[in-house]
Design a protein around this ligand. Structure first.
Ligand code: ADP
Ligand code: MG
Length: 253
């Protein structure tokens, strides 16, 4: 077996549902096994509510599973959090990573500031990461509302890159963008990964976008992984009916 960077074993996440006088519990994630190797992109596709974001949060250690194991470099993730900068996230809404009241450069540098990196090095690193995502270094002085949607998402990718992460979660990173901008961002993610070699979990309800950036795909349906495939194989009709439905809906068949 190849070395795993992030692995989930038989993971279950149980949530409460309903008002307190009629509370019930349900499993948002059930029996999930996942392995992401160093440098690899795993795509996780499924409709809204299927449990994708919950899995992404587990991979980052932002929440703990009700049962099962989440490991980073083979160690329980809670322990691995000491090296927190090795994990990063790009979310659908850049507002989550770019504070509207802070200059872009300040937001991008935030993880470095917390890690105690000095101001001069922070400025240098922010310029370097802005350049990596094809943004002008002087954008660091602007505020999020002064940028276009695509520029804001590039800036949040720069922030994700700032600690040279081994693993990046991309949770619906292009879903809020115009279609013309989506392709640029997807291509940029591919280029960055080829250059920098981070592993990624790419979450989307868009099957075609996921297939474009991921080498392997896991298909989620109501909390379970119902199918897995290599992206290259998904030009042909999949055996699983739900995967085939996604292929048809995205025009791949
Ligand atoms: N903190 C929470 N408490 C209760 N239910 C939640 C919570 N987070 C998500 N859910 C529910 O769990 C299910 C899976 O959610 P999520 O992981 O966000 O799916 P996806 O990202 O695929 O849309 C949904 O039914 C959602 O409403
Ligand atoms: Mg989600």
């Amino acid at each position: 077996m190849s070395e795993a960077l992030v692995s989930l074993r038989d993971v279950r996440v149980r949530y409460n549902r309903g008002p307190f006088w009629a509370r019930s519990q349900f499993d948002a994630v059930r029996g999930v096994d996942l392995v992401i190797a160093p440098g690899e992109t795993l795509g996780l596709v499924g409709e809204s509510g299927s449990g994708k974001t919950t899995i992404g949060r587990l991979c980052l250690g932002l929440q703990q599973p009700t049962s099962g194991e989440v490991r980073f470099h083979g160690a329980p993730l809670a322990q691995a959090m000491a090296g927190r900068r090795r994990l990063a996230a790009v979310l659908q809404n850049p507002r989550m990573s770019l504070n509207p009241r802070l200059r872009i450069g300040t937001s991008i540098a935030e993880p470095l500031r917390i890690a105690g990196v000095d101001a001069a090095s922070r400025v240098r690193k922010v310029s370097e990461k802005l350049e990596r995502v094809s943004l002008q270094p002087d954008l660091a002085r602007r505020y999020p509302h002064e940028l276009s949607g695509g520029q804001r998402q590039r800036a949040s990718i720069a922030r994700a890159l700032i600690g040279d992460p081994e693993f990046i979660l991309f949770d619906e990173p292009v879903s809020a963008l115009d279609v013309s901008i989506q392709a640029q961002i997807l291509n940029m993610i591919l280029d960055l990964q080829a250059d920098l070699g981070f592993a990624a979990l790419f979450i989307s309800h868009d099957f075609a976008a996921t297939r474009y950036v991921a080498q392997k795909i896991a298909v989620m349906l109501r909390g379970e992984i119902v199918d897995r495939a290599d992206s290259a194989a998904l030009f042909a009709p999949a055996a699983h009916p739900y995967t085939r439905q996604l292929q048809q809906a995205s025009g791949l068949l």
